[in-house]
Design a protein around this ligand. Sequence first.
Ligand code: ADP
Ligand code: MG
Length: 674
Amino acid sequence: IKAAVMDSMNDEQESVIEPTEKSGGRSAFDVLQEERKALPIYQYREELLQAVNDHQVLVIVGETGSGKTTQIPQYLHEAGFTKVGKIGCTQPRRVAAMSVAARVSQEMGVKVGHEVGYAIRFEDCTSKKTVLKYMTDGMLLRELLGEPALASYSVLMVDEAHERTLSTDILFGLVKDIARFRPDLKLLISSATLDAEKFSDYFDFAPIFKIPGRRYPVDIHFTKAPEADYLDAAVVTALQIHLTQPPGDGDILIFLTGQEEIETVEEILKHRLQGFGAKIAELIICPIYANLRTELQAKIFKPTPQGARKCVLATNIAETSLTIDGIKYVIDPGFCKMKSYNPRTGMESLLVAPISKASADQRAGRSGRTGPGKCFRLYTAHIYYNDLEDNTVPEIKRSNLSNVVLTLKSLGIHNLLNFDFMDPPSTEALLKALELLYALGALNKHGELTKVGRRMAEFPLDPMLSKMIVASEKYKCSEEIISIAAMLSVGNSIFYRPNNKKVLADNARMYFHVGNSGDHIALLNVYNSWKETDYSTQWCHENFIQVRSMRRARDIRDQLKRLLERVEIALTSNLNDLEAIKKAITSGFFPNSAVMQKNGLYRTVKLPQTVYIHPSSGLLQAPPSWVIYHELVLTSKEYMRQVTELKPEWLVEIAPHYFQLKDVAYPDSKKAAV
Ligand code: ADP
Ligand code: MG
């Protein structure tokens, strides 16, 4: 088997790994092989393979960086498991799936997308040759819709199980069941924390395989008093380390909550460093977050040049998903972005929240991988011991479940209350999801999937977006609706606003708001205008639009177009009938409608909740009485993002089972608006 593997590697090797001369005449490929052998897991290779042979389900626990994600699939491949089927490995984060696939393909001397590939939403970088497939847990859930028994897999590794993401938790229940009727399928559940008993118990007392890690002592420092501004405190701490410690001594890792904070800290750091001029050693700033361009993601793994120091600014992704070698100092402000869900209102929001003790310990541990480390916690010891929760609450307990419920229904799982959840979600949240799917027409009164629901489930989108697409058939505007859906799926990175050109950028943005027609139509205008320029980069620059986001929107749109074909919805354009387009949007988003009250504030139609138009909306200057919005974001207030005008009579026309005439009466007046 090994010889065969080596042969196939040699075909590709030259095109990928340049046989550059490294120290002692070894090629880069040889160096990688030596690095592989130096990982803690290498010593347990044979034992691990034996355990996989002996048991169908195995729980694997090992310190972050010990080599679980990159090595185990390779070991199994080398041992011949890929002769009968693929090896799949799920990751909660898409950056991790991409980055690990890149690393493993280098180690195997092949191109990404050939023998080693990855699949994330809207991006499938695999081929017929692919035998090691890294993917997000959400992607595997979708794959199950087409391949319910995972027939093309010989091994499935549910990695980073300790993260307990919503998709991973749902996968647990599904793969446990699949393993029962597919005794030939090997199931590996791998986790970074020692909380493995719980996984073992859940999987019918599967044996636990422990990979002892190397861990050096970490010196932990707390602040004496709480920090008023943790970003500033993080910058000051990083600079102090850099200025007082010799540069060759080790790199710095700062945990931040998201792209915005990372960009802010990067800016402040660069500015302060300029003040020092050339007097000090170079500090190389490396950001890493989910939307970072792929080329830049690779930068964090580049070895630090002599005489310089690296300062990695990372989100939670560096907590366990990615290991960056050479970190000696960790700066932990103690926060992360956390999803929270209120089943009463059905609102999901992303909030900056304190991390758990388990997270804080993981973060600290990142500094002690290659030698003794130091962790600077920007909070007090009192907060750590008294205020932080022991563990993060699993995502399933703080999420909107409509998407997973639709997936489970499509998989033929009807009785959700009986589903084998490791930690069951609240009944209230389950009912809320069923209620929404019923309102959208995806389920009938008996909770069974309808034809609409079946079509909706084909789209890898939230049910409200899928419904909007399915409804576009009726309003003959599928061309426009998939453009809008693609633009919405890209997120909030379409327009940019440079600090010194804010007015120009805002004017450019308003140019797409023809006749106060709303943010959805503006997004459509942007897409169509770009298309008319033949996808010009120059045009994007002139209009303060991110070309990268536009290209992504185009890719997503192409895929949605193919999915339309699958569900047999014709591509039709109805660009001159904006009302039809808005009605299609309303068909999916009617639960997100709001009306202006006498006091000038909006309240949501179904619930008495005050909401505001987001400052980035084109409707801010002339706010209409009735609006529909894409999402709510909670920052200083509950903001509606991507807002479009609505005629209240549409609500009763489109969703008569959801709205009654009294709902569409203007508040504070007895008269219905119809
Ligand atoms: P685990 O899954 O046990 O946390 P990994 O298999 O992810 O460990 O990591 C093993 C080693 O591979 C680490 O030293 C890490 O730095 C290295 N590694 C992982 N991904 C990359 C990458 N994209 N580029 C360079 N090195 C990487
Ligand atoms: Mg890993």
